[in-house]
Design a protein around this ligand. Structure first.
Ligand SMILES: [Zn+2]
Length: 149
């Protein structure tokens, strides 16, 4: 038996899928929702702040904000191999917020990126076996991708 918790943050982020057969190859953006799913044991140490929790939701939110939101919010995420997309971002100048990534920024790949980015920061001070087990990336109200270990 395992307890799991989830917490999300949202970002407004631009991207394009350069090889897409239809409209996704155009530069556009989404309000992304990155939702971390964490498993572990409930802390049963009497008197500590996290007693009765896996991890403080506000601590998860802070990590998501620092490592995900503050990196890609109001930024354009572009695949390093997307020469046209990169050129378009370069025209905008150095003050444009461009994030170059080594993958095509689909919801699936962004979910894995967010997972890999956040996972090292999910640690417990109480030995309650905390582990990031999944990252869900909602790209539209109808579209969700999950990277799960
Ligand atoms: Zn899109």
């Amino acid at each position: 038996m395992t307890t799991s918790i989830r917490r999300y943050i949202e970002t407004d982020t631009g991207h394009r899928v350069p090889n897409h057969k239809s409209k996704c190859r155009h530069m556009h953006g989404h309000r992304y929702r990155f939702e971390a799913e964490i498993e572990g044991d409930v802390v049963n140490i009497s008197g500590v702040s996290e007693e009765g929790m896996l991890m403080d939701f506000s601590d998860i939110s802070e990590l998501l904000t620092i490592h995900i939101h503050d990196v890609i919010d109001h930024a354009f995420v572009v695949y390093e191999g997307d020469e046209l997309g990169r050129a378009a971002c370069e025209v905008m100048g150095d003050s444009h917020r461009t994030v170059i990534v080594p993958f095509i920024p689909t919801a699936e790949n962004l979910a894995k990126w967010a997972f890999d980015t956040l996972a090292p920061h999910i640690r417990s001070a109480y030995g309650n076996r905390l582990q990031l087990v999944a990252m869900h990336c909602r790209e539209t109200p109808k579209s969700l991708a999950t990277w799960r270990i």
